[in-house]
Design a protein around this ligand. Structure first.
Ligand code: COA
Length: 374
C-alpha cells in the first residue's frame, strides 16, 4: 500500500496541513513526501475519566433562572460533571492516560511524549509535566501543554503524529483535559448550563507507513472571532499601576487573574455550523476519501443542535453521529477523546472503523482529522 504526505503552506490566519495515505477505496495522492516521513502512526488505546459530582439541569435551576426543558431542548444537555473535593485536572488526566495505556498494553515507562491539551491547567506554566509523575514513570518522557480550547485535542493528534513521523517518538499520549467549571460564571444562565469537566486520552504509536491510521487533516485559526468566546486576563490591575501621565503609582501591581468565560452564543453557534462541515470536507479530501466512506462523525460535543446541523450539512445520518453531550455537556478539549472512549468501550466503534473528528471553539480555532481506530 502506498502512502504520501505533504505539507501545504499557510496564510496568516489559517493553516492547512495535509497528510494522506491510501486506504481501501481511496487512491494515494501524488508523492510530496518530505524525506523524513518514514513512519506511520496508529491509535492503540483510549481512556477517560470524569469527576464524581454530577450536576443536573434541575440542580442548575436552583441557582439561575432556567429549567430542564429549556436547557435540553436548546442544547441536548441534561447533566454535567464538576471537579470537587480532592479531585484535580492532573488526577483526571492521569486516570484517562492510565486506562489508555492499559488498553494498549503499554508500560508507562515506554511513553516518550505526553501532550496535554488543556486551556485550564493547574499551573500557569502548564500541567503536562505532572502527568508522568502521576503515572509513576521511572523514566521521564518529554511533556508539554497545548492550549487551543475546544480544538485542542485535534491539534494534539496532529502534533503527536508529527512527532512520531518526524522526530522518532514511539509512544505518544495525547490527553484532552479540562476544568472549565473553574472559569464559569455561575450567575450567567447563558453559559453556566453548557460546560462540564472531564479528561480523555489516546495512545498514538509508531507503526509501518503502510499501517498509518491518520489519513488527513485540516486546521484553522482566526483571532478576529476571539471576541465571541473568551476568558481574558483582567487588565484592571495593569492600568492601576500608572496614572494618566504614565507615572508609577500603584507598584507592585496586584496579581493578574482571568475573567470567567464570556460568550456570544448565537455568534459561536453560527461560526461552528458555518466552518465545521467545510473543514471535515477538506480533511476528507486530503485523505482521498468521501463522506460515504466514514463510519462515524465525531464532533466536539458543544451543543446537540450543532452536531445535528453539521451532520445534516454533510449528509451523515444521525445513527453514524457520536453523541454523549446529554451526560457531560461541553467538556472542551476533553469532549472528543471522552466520546471516543465511550464509543470504543461500548463496542460501537470497532477496530478498522474510519472516523471523521472535528473540534471548534475559542481562539477562534477549528480543525478536523480523519482517523482509523485500532
Ligand atoms: N434558561 C432559560 N432561558 C434562557 C437561558 C437559560 N439557560 N439562557 C438564555 N435564555 C433566554 C434568553 O435570555 C432569551 O430570552 P429573551 O428571548 O426573553 O431575551 C432566550 O432564552 C433566547 O436566548 P438566546 O441566547 O437567543 O438562545 P439561543 O437559542 O441562542 O441558545 C445557546 C443559547 C447558548 C444555547 C446557544 O446560542 C448555543 O449553544 N450557542 C453555541 C455555544 C457553544 O457551543 N459554545 C461553545 C463552543 S466551543
Amino acid at each position: 500500500m502506498a502512502n504520501a504526505c505533504g505539507w501545504v503552506c499557510s496564510d496568516s490566519v489559517s493553516a492547512r496541513v495535509m497528510c494522506t495515505s491510501s486506504v481501501e477505496g481511496a487512491s494515494a495522492s501524488h508523492s510530496r513526501l518530505p524525506r523524513f516521513v518514514s513512519k506511520g502512526c496508529k491509535l492503540v488505546g483510549c481512556g477517560s475519566a470524569v469527576p464524581s459530582l454530577k450536576v443536573s439541569n434541575d440542580d442548575l435551576a436552583k441557582i439561575v433562572e432556567t429549567n430542564d426543558e429549556w436547557i435540553s431542548t436548546r442544547t441536548g444537555i441534561r447533566n454535567r460533571r464538576i471537579i470537587s473535593g480532592k479531585e484535580s485536572l492532573v488526577g483526571l488526566a492521569a486516570e484517562a492516560a492510565r486506562k489508555a495505556l492499559e488498553m494498549a498494553e503499554v508500560n508507562p515507562d515506554d511513553v516518550d511524549l505526553v501532550l496535554l491539551c488543556s486551556s485550564t491547567p493547574e499551573n500557569l506554566f502548564g500541567s503536562a509535566t505532572q502527568i508522568p509523575k502521576a503515572l509513576g514513570c521511572k523514566k521521564t518522557p518529554l511533556a508539554y501543554d497545548i492550549t487551543a480550547a475546544c480544538s485542542g485535542f485535534i491539534l494534539g493528534l496532529v502534533s503527536g503524529s508529527s512527532h512520531i513521523r518526524g522526530s522518532g517518538f514511539k509512544n505518544v499520549l495525547v490527553i484532552g483535559a479540562e476544568a472549565l467549571s473553574r472559569y464559569t460564571d455561575w450567575t450567567d444562565r447563558g453559559t453556566c448550563i453548557l460546560f462540564g469537566d472531564a479528561a480523555g486520552a489516546v495512545l498514538l504509536q509508531a507503526c509501518a507507513v503502510e499501517d498509518d491510521c491518520l489519513f488527513g487533516f485540516d486546521l484553522h485559526s482566526d483571532g478576529d472571532g476571539h471576541r465571541h468566546l473568551n476568558a481574558t486576563m483582567e487588565q484592571k490591575e495593569l492600568d492601576d499601576a500608572a496614572d494618566s501621565n504614565g507615572s508609577v503609582v500603584g507598584f507592585p501591581p496586584n496579581h493578574a487573574s482571568y475573567s470567567c468565560i464570556k460568550m456570544n452564543g448565537k455568534e459561536v453557534f453560527r461560526f461552528a455550523v458555518g466552518v465545521v462541515p467545510q473543514s471535515v470536507e477538506f480533511a476528507l479530501q486530503n485523505a482521498g476519501l468521501t463522506v460515504s466512506s466514514i463510519d462515524w462523525l465525531l464532533l466536539h460535543q458543544a451543543n446537540q443542535r450543532i452536531l445535528d446541523a453539521v451532520a445534516k450539512r454533510l449528509e451523515v445520518p444521525s445513527e453514524r453521529v457520536i453523541s454523549n453531550i446529554a451526560n457531560y455537556g461541553n467538556t472542551s478539549a476533553a469532549s472528543i477523546p471522552l466520546a471516543l472512549d465511550e464509543a470504543v468501550r461500548s463496542g460501537r466503534i470497532q477496530p478498522g472503523h474510519t472516523i471523521a473528528a472535528a473540534g471548534f471553539g475559542a481562539g477562534l480555532t477549528w480543525g478536523s482529522i480523519i482517523i482509523k481506530w485500532g
